[in-house]
Design a protein around this ligand. Structure first.
Ligand code: PEP
Length: 251
């Protein structure tokens, strides 16, 4: 049985004071979220230590938004997975569309980051998704499965079961225009069938979460879809009440 997962991606937001207040509210709100729902937060690297301390002794898990693919060395400005693990990070986003588009994270780099994460015991959340233009050209399946296969060919299919796949249509991220539950389910099903063609156990075990303008208003219907196992939440995760409501929808 797959456990639903809701992860907040704070992106490059938050001051120390804002984060402390947000976590204070989340710590109260999380009591209303069903125990079966796994909840995580991805602050900036700078705020990892602060958040680690604030969520100590709660069921909220700590994630990171990115990591470098090498363990250590002359890589100015980068942070390695082993450093994140040292701070109690349990999962890391790899291949977020903002990393692909703005920071040049190629399929090969993403596969290396995925491998580095698993090597250091940090669960990768592999983000895949098509642009609006690609959707309009009916290339969604090709793009999404291509991004997935780029990792599988480097890691083998078995590694996918120990990761999370996040389907995030680029046109839905930060736009307020979420995919409809049917649109999202169609792609989630496609991903699961693609995995099943390689290994049915992996397909059954792998959590596939949806991201792209998830709100308290649309989460329940999205999470009710057969192949949607929770959400990756950007903007709405910065507001405690909204994020808790989304988490409750996954329970
Ligand atoms: C994201 O950053 O992964 C995301 C889905 O953002 P938003 O919820 O704001 O669309």
């Amino acid at each position: 049985m797959r456990r639903n997962l809701v992860v907040g991606n704070w992106k490059m937001h938050g001051s120390k004071a804002q984060i402390s207040e947000l976590i204070r509210l989340l710590k109260t709100g999380i009591r209303e979220v069903g125990e079966k729902v796994e909840v995580g937060l991805c602050p900036t690297h700078l705020h990892i230590d602060l958040v680690a301390g604030l969520i100590e002794a709660t069921r909220i898990k700590l994630g990171a938004q990115n990591a470098y693919l090498k363990e250590s060395g002359a890589f100015t400005g980068e942070v390695s997975v082993s450093m994140l693990a040292d701070y109690g990070v349990s999962f890391v986003l790899v291949g977020h569309s903002e990393r692909r588009e703005l920071f040049g994270d190629s399929d090969a780099i993403i596969a290396s980051k995925f491998l580095a994460a698993q090597h250091f015991g940090v669960q990768p959340i592999l983000c895949v998704g098509e642009s609006l233009q690609q959707r309009q050209q009916n290339a969604t399946a090709e793009v999404v499965l291509g991004q997935l296969d780029a990792v599988i060919s480097a890691t083998g299919i078995g590694a996918i079961a120990k990761s999370v796949v996040a389907y995030e249509p680029v046109w839905a991220i930060g736009t307020g225009q979420s995919a409809t539950p049917d649109q999202a389910q169609e792609v989630h099903k496609l991903i699961r069938e693609h995995l099943a063609a390689k290994n049915t156990d992996v397909a059954r075990q792998t959590r596939i979460i949806y991201g792209g303008s998830v709100t308290a208003g649309n989460a329940k219907k999205l999470f009710a879809q057969a192949d949607i196992d929770g959400g990756l939440v950007g903007g709405a995760s910065l507001q405690a009440e909204e994020f808790i409501s989304i988490c409750k929808s996954a329970g």
